[in-house]
Design a protein around this ligand. Structure first.
Ligand code: GRF
Length: 206
């Protein structure tokens, strides 16, 4: 499976995929990384693994890219790479419906909550405040509506009374690092369906 990964930050999930690829533990080739931030540590991780990186944060004239410009460049880059799967791993910009609909491969996103609960930001804090007993992470198909595409897989933990947003984030990340490679393995093996138009997953949702 040829994979392109979109990142904005630390890239610990990217690192898990790089490690699995290098160990031969996953049938994937990470063909390129796109970062919308020039200071993302994920860029260093990709470079250390000799994976091509496109940093799409500023225009040639030094202006910060708007989402339209980002998407134009990202589309061209993805068209050149021709991935089988696009993975959003800690990618923190909201993409337009036009970009998502015209993506050259199915797109999945890792979200730090048990969707459909807690879409959006500050998921750990919100789950604690609401008195939830369970929390976790989800991998879902990216559709135009934020964090609303079909959920493919989830990993769950129990919230402890002493948990804070920080401790939950740490514990959820441990789950993410297992859920992401596992989900990609299921996609690569065809256990979970992959459809170029992102449509199969949607039509199968219930
Ligand atoms: C993850 O917790 C993910 O759920 C959230 O951003 C974080 C990315 O972490 N959307 P990393 O960049 O992979 O370390």
């Amino acid at each position: 499976l040829r994979i392109a990964v979109l990142v904005s930050g630390n890239g610990s999930n990217l690192q898990v995929l790089i490690d699995a690829m290098q160990a031969g533990a996953l049938p994937i080739e990470i063909i390129g990384i796109i970062s919308n931030r020039e200071d993302a540590y994920a860029i260093t991780r990709a470079q250390q693994a000799s994976i091509p990186v496109a940093v799409l944060s500023h225009t040639a004239s030094g202006k910060r890219m708007g989402i339209k410009t980002f998407e134009t460049h990202a589309s061209a880059q993805l068209a050149a790479w021709q991935p089988d799967l696009i993975v959003l791993a800690g990618f923190m910009r909201v993409l337009s419906a036009a970009f998502i609909d015209s993506a050259p491969a199915p797109m999945i996103n890792l979200h730090p909550a048990l969707l459909p609960a807690y879409k959006g930001l500050d998921t750990h804090q919100r789950a604690i405040q609401a008195g939830e007993r369970h929390h976790g992470c989800s991998i879902h198909v990216v559709t135009a509506e934020l964090d609303a595409g079909q959920v493919l897989t989830q990993a769950l933990l129990n919230i402890k009374t002493k948990d804070t947003a920080d401790s939950l984030q740490t514990r959820v990340q441990v789950l993410e690092h297992q859920l992401l490679p596992w989900t990609i393995l299921l996609l690569a093996k065809g256990v979970l369906p992959l459809d170029v138009n992102n449509k199969l997953s949607e039509s199968e949702s219930h």
